[in-house]
Design a protein around this ligand. Sequence first.
Ligand code: NAD
Length: 449
Amino acid sequence: MEYNPSIRRTPIYDIMPPVNEDGAYEGDQQVMTYDRIKAPESGEKISFSNGVMQTPDNPILLFIEGDGIGYDIMTASKRIWDAAVAKAYGGKRQVSWMEVYAGEKAAGLYDGDYMPEETFDAFREYKVGIKGPLTTPVGGGFRSLNVTLRQVLDLYSCVRPVRWYAGVPSPLKQPEDVDVVIFRENTEDTYAGIEYESGTEENKKLADFLKNELGATNFFEDAGLGIKPISPFGSKRLIRAAIQYAIDRKRKSVTLVHKGNIQKFTEGAFQRWGYELACEEFPEQTISWDEVAANHGGNVPNGKILIQDTIADIMFQKMLLRPREHDVIATTNLNGDYLSDALAAEVGGVGIAPGANIGDEIALFEATHGTAPKYTNKDMVNPGSLLFSGVMMLEHLDWFEAADMITRAYEKTIDQRYVTYDFARQMENAAKVATSEFATRIIENMDRV
Ligand code: NAD
């Protein structure tokens, strides 16, 4: 069911100036009004000036609680984020939370609508938010809510930092060597979803066209057909975001991961466009491996970010055997899908891996695991993935002090061997604690780090 714009809407906040008949207030901005979304009592919007984000000391941040374990992990994580901000800035900064809806909670509030239109409106207006996991309703006609959010809001970079936190169980001998940030393209390749089912009219038409017009004869009769679009625009904006991140965070390299040895005009082009972009837009800050070898004796000059590339399958091997050689990674959609989960498993699994989907202005941080329905409301699961997605969000606001405080308090808590059930079963002499108790321990440890 679609969101019904004829339903009465209330003004977003009381502090807004009066609205005229056209719904505009006596300034130059359109007033957004919402149906079910309630504004917090205080707080200011995040805005952009010449492409630069302006964060007030009391920003309004959006949250989608999420289904299943969403309530438990969101409640615990918000307590931790709020405590860190209060402690790090002595009360000078504070988040005003504004709940927006998707998934089952939305369906209950919006007559069965799992993805209400006003949730998109709120992200367009408030820019930054965080979400718990969402159930994808089973049955025909439903797209994944997560994919819908990314596509409608054009959140083209899926950003997944993967690093090890001291004490977290890992299958690697030296998990501390893993410290990468994956930028996975979020709108093209497999996510474009251009597929034609075997036996359909469309499939036959495309097969005929490929055979008769383009001379492509090397596929079997009735093969299902998929199109893999990878464009210069889509590739370059993703790689640009990855290089800019590397510059801002003083990282050492950006690795372009592709399967260009086989798919030359899609994956191979992604790699070529990446090098082109680095040369054209970041000539002062970056250097390619060829140039390092030819002119610098194999040593990257100080202050330069190395742009290198590697074939996707070898990347999995490298990240097991020599993870220190990689730092920021930029890759296409499907490669990034596999790589994100495989690397997360190297440092503790999806229960702790954080993520974000970021566009030109809007950023949506999210737990990377699902709703784990059998643990709903049991106050048992690990809040790590959502918690560290929130740490990423604080860093995105440039609130690094609060972010670091959480990371250090988390490590201290793991070191004291207070952990949720998933880690407890992999660690010796660990005390298994509830999600809420784990949060309380982290908050207490903020005063000890
Ligand atoms: P899942 O991630 O929900 O759960 C798989 C298993 O992982 C759980 O049984 C549990 O053992 C473990 N697990 C997950 N999160 C954990 C945590 N925080 N702490 C400890 N253990 C944790 O995957 P699933 O069972 O395949 O999917 C369930 C639902 O979640 C489906 O409806 C699916 O569509 C949805 N889903 C949503 C997202 C998302 O919102 N980003 C991602 C994946 C799946």
